[in-house]
Design a protein around this ligand. Sequence first.
Ligand code: KIV
Length: 267
Amino acid sequence: MAKRKTILDVQRMKAEGEKITVLTAYDYPFARFMDAAGIDMILVGDSVGSVVCGYDTTLPVTMDEILYHTRAVVRGSSQALVIADMPFLSYQVYLREARLNAGRLIKEGGAAAVKLEGGENVAETIRAIVAMDIPVVGHIGLTPQSIHRMGGYRVQGRVQEQAERLLADARAVEEAGAFAVVLEGVPKELARQITAALKIPTIGIGAGVHCDGQVLVIHDILGLCEKYSPRFVKRFADVSQTIRGGIDDYIREVKEGTFPTDSHSFE
Ligand code: KIV
C-alpha cells in the first residue's frame, strides 16, 4: 500500500512541474474510488452543503458536518492527503476559535491540512494556524462563502484593480505560510501570472490550464448534480442515467414480484 502523501510531495510536484490532482469527496465509497485511482489530494469541501445536503449556498455548513464527512473520507483513503474545509463562521470571528476549529479537523477529523477562504483579510488567521503546525491551503478569487459580497458566483479579477488585489491576496496567503492556494473563478491569464509569482502551488477551479494543479467537485464531473453545471466543469462521466435505471428496475421488479428470486432468498 502506498504511503499517504504529505505536503512535501505537493512541494516536490510544484518544483518538478508535475500537475497536482485534487477532487472533493464527502464519504467513504467515493474516497476509496479516488484514492485507489491515485488522486494526490482529497478535499472535504464545504460544497458538501450544495451537492449533498441541497442547500443553496455553502453558508449553512457546520463544523460538525465537516468533521463527520472528513472522518468518513479519511477512513476511505490511505494514500491521498486529506484537506478539510473550514466552514463559514468557524474561523472569521476570533483567532482563538479559528485555531481550535482547525485543530479539531486534524485531531477529531483525521485530516492532514485545512483550507480557508480569503486573502490579506485572513493572513493573520493562516499564520496562527500554521504556527500550530497545521498545514493550510488558501482559497482566493471566487470564494463561495463571500457570495453576498460578490452578488453571485461571478468570475473575479477581470478588471485591473481587482486583478492587482488578487495578486496581493495570493502573495499574502503565501507569506502567511499556506502550502498551496486554490484559485477559483479567475481569468486564465491572471491565474498564470499568480502561478508564476508564487513558490507554493496554485490549484485551479475555473482558472485555466496554467495552474499547478486542478480541483473539481466529484458530483459535477460525474454528472450527479443535474441542477446546474458551471462552464468550467467537464463531465467526465454521466452516472445519473445508470442510477436512474437501477432505481427504476428495482421498483419495477418489486412491483412485478420478480425480485427477490430464490437466489436472493434463504431456505
Ligand atoms: O468546497 C469546495 O468544494 C471547494 C472547492 C470547489 C475548491 O472549496
